[in-house]
Design a protein around this ligand. Sequence first.
Ligand code: ADP
Ligand code: MG
Length: 535
Amino acid sequence: MSEKSSIMPEDVHRLLGKDAQRNNIFVARMVAEIVKTTLGPRGMDKMLVSPTGDITITNDGVTILEEMQIEHPAAKMMVEIAKTQESEVGDGTTTAVMIAGKLLENAEKLLDKKIHPTTITKGYRLASEKSQEILKDISLRVTPNDIDILKQIAMTAMTGKGAEDAKERFAEIIVQALRQIENNGKIDLNDIKIEKSKGNGIKDTELISGIVIDKEKVSHDMPTLVSNAKIALIDFPLELKNPEIDTKISITSPEQLQGFVMQEEREIKGMVEKVKISGANVIFCQKGIDDFAQYLLAKEGTYACRRVARSDMEKISKATGAKIVSNINELTPFETGNAQTVEEIKHGTDSMTYITGCQNPKALTILIHGGTEHVIDEVERAIKDGLGDVSCVLQSELVVPGGGAVEIELARRLREFSNGLFGREQLAVEEFASALEFIPITLAENAGLDPIDILTELKSRHDSGERNAGLNLFKNKVENMLEAQIIEPLKIKSQAISSASEVANMILRIDDVIASTGKGQDFNMKKEKEMYDEF
Ligand code: ADP
Ligand code: MG
């Protein structure tokens, strides 16, 4: 039933009851459908073209959904699941969205059988809680010293993500970096800076102890290498004030103008002098440094970079102990920081500044090399997935078998659990179980295998007690995932299942959509309704 209420203005659209529900479910399913083909090591990539023509080629669920600029409110809720997954765990975004989509699809079957939405949501909630219990039971403990296992986790996270050629090297970098920044079981991923450099191949990607920034020294006359660097961070310009913009002066003679300029130059000289007094031989300036200041600094043998991003300034501050000063008079030796070397290093046509041997050993940079921007960006996403997964494991120390093994075991035990329930919630728990099986089904489908054969084999192996049996897509065979070393952090699965079921329940409870489309036509319900009827 679609209606327009007389109590609301003309341009307000309203969908009620079943229409609202079905429309939302349809849209959420479409979102899941979009990311489905990217799941797993054999998943395909998507090419996304932005309104300005920028191209992104990716396999990463959250990136796809963010770039798509989705507008329908229910679809946006699905995108939110991916974003939460990304921020909480850093991986498992496709899985989370797919489970939510399947939960809604299965809920629709129950709605068709005239089961009330609140019964479904109750069953789903029970199943989701039970899943967490089962997950704890089937997870395994890993210690931070199990380096090989940590590397395997990083590699599983990166499979199928354009990082294939250098997976082992990346896994090594990821594990080494995280172990270095770990502090009593706590990890702040912000301690690892990711910088990108075009040129060379992805295998040249390196882990650097220190900070690398994508800036070159401002003047050729400055040294390329400074040892025992004393670093000053300043966020004001080292420039002559532009009289046309900043000040109003009336000048009546050439001498007066000359005098004015000299006065300004004296000021710059004074600033450079104060830098010298502070003992700094390296300057990172957030604003501009003009020619005259460059000249003076170069003469002093100082290394300087200008227009350094605020985020880089903060990272350098944390790494070297330098404080960011906003006024030249605040700059004293106490505000400077230390590093063994600051050096300009050339890669291809671009130069970067390396700050190494920092006071704080936890400052690290992963410098990704690659032939083109698209390659580098996809490698960055893969490395971030790896960092997310391994840091999860270092913090919670719990892992589960991948390749669909957890999902099959969960489904099996949820069905057992549902046998003990009464009433119609039982049906909802069963649908929840079959929604989880959608993951191994899709892994098989995306690899061109017969999903029914695979599912049957997986189920029977689990029924006979092989709870780690999953689909190994390196061999296209069902086998023990721990032996095949296809393992993932527990948190990926626990987070994906809980947020997927929360959102599915939230969408199921909506029976009225009131959309004010006056401003910019937020979404077109009529169009979606037509698509829905076709689907
Ligand atoms: P997500 O965005 O959900 O992380 P991915 O495309 O990264 O999606 O795929 C993750 C899925 O791929 C997980 O279920 C994981 O167990 C599975 N997987 C990873 N490596 C393998 C493998 N070698 N064989 C089978 N499944 C794998
Ligand atoms: Mg992944």
